[in-house]
Design a protein around this ligand. Structure first.
Ligand SMILES: NC(=O)c1ccc[n+]([C@@H]2O[C@H](COP(=O)([O-])OP(=O)(O)OC[C@H]3O[C@@H](n4cnc5c(N)ncnc54)[C@H](OP(=O)(O)O)[C@@H]3O)[C@@H](O)[C@H]2O)c1
Length: 258
């Protein structure tokens, strides 16, 4: 993977940051995006370059405006010589998810549409731009981050869960149509991972405790648990894996024992 380039959205913290570090450790150059944390993004880029002798650069992107991906990739073209991997990871929170994060009877069009834009539309536009570049270098690997909240119930998660189900379906369609270009497309579906996004859940402590109780491994997930799966899916070791959702969930979805 050395000398190749990863483009990843939302790598200032949590899962995205862990993925950026895991790829850099493999000698992969990293073009990553931030939304609000520019200072942190600059620090991460400097640390990645210093620690792993790779090229790393942050770019501003708002996934609520997915068309921004078009200019973003033009900027990346000027800074990096190739694009081999694309991971759609960024997720919105706060005001943008009002009416999207909540109980079924409180769901509203704007919040739901925002989550669709950030989850599905942003994946599509980002993956289209990435695929055009991958084609030029003989192929590549695309991943959308998903969540097991689309197959198991999580309080207030209907808006996110349904859009994760949608993006998994989109991944399968993309995989069928990009396979002839030697581009593999998969989703990584995480169980609860201990990040700021999870801490923003109103019932964070409850989710954490329940995860530790039902996980076969007796613990909540860490960002690095997801990062390892992404490195594997982008590597040649996963050369015949496409159109799949890889569950990385510590055995939490099978356990319905009371
Ligand atoms: N945590 C979990 O339990 C879990 C489980 C399964 C799947 N996932 C998925 O994994 C992915 C990452 O989640 P996480 O827990 O690592 O989240 P996180 O720690 O909250 O990080 C979110 C990232 O998205 C960026 N972001 C926020 N709003 C944005 C916007 N409008 N446009 C572009 N970027 C924006 C943030 O950038 P700034 O800091 O610059 O604002 C940050 O880098 C998401 O797709 C999530 O659904 C999470």
């Amino acid at each position: 993977m050395k000398g190749k380039t990863l483009v990843i959205s939302g790598a200032t913290k949590g899962i995205g940051k862990a993925i950026a570090y895991a790829f850099a450790k493999e000698g992969v150059n990293v073009a990553f995006t931030y939304n609000s944390n520019e200072e942190e993004a600059e620090k991460i880029a400097a640390d990645l370059e210093k620690s792993y002798a790779i090229k790393a650069k942050p770019y501003k992107l708002n996934v609520l405006e997915p068309e921004e991906y078009k200019n973003l990739f033009k900027e990346i073209d000027a800074d990096f010589d190739r694009v081999d991997y694309f991971i759609s990871n960024a997720m919105i929170y706060g005001r943008a998810v009002v009416g999207g994060y909540g109980k079924f009877m409180r769901l509203k069009p704007r919040g739901l549409n925002n989550i669709y834009t950030a989850t599905v539309v942003a994946f599509v536009i980002g993956a289209q731009e990435a695929a055009k570049r991958m084609e030029k270098v003989g192929g590549g690997s695309i991943i959308s981050m998903s969540s097991t909240g689309n197959i198991t119930y999580i309080d207030n998660y209907a808006g996110h869960g349904t859009n994760k189900a949608a993006v998994e379906a989109m991944v399968r369609y993309a995989a069928m149509e990009l396979g002839e270009k030697n581009i593999r497309v998969n989703a990584v579906s995480g169980g609860p991972i201990d990040t700021d996004a999870l801490k923003a859940f109103v019932n964070y402590e409850e989710v954490k405790e329940a995860t530790e109780r039902i996980s076969a491994l007796g613990r909540i997930g860490q960002p690095e648990d997801i990062a390892g799966a992404c490195v594997f899916l982008c590597s040649d070791k996963a050369s015949w894996i496409t159109g799949q959702t890889l569950l990385v969930e510590g055995g939490t979805t099978f356990n319905t024992k009371c």
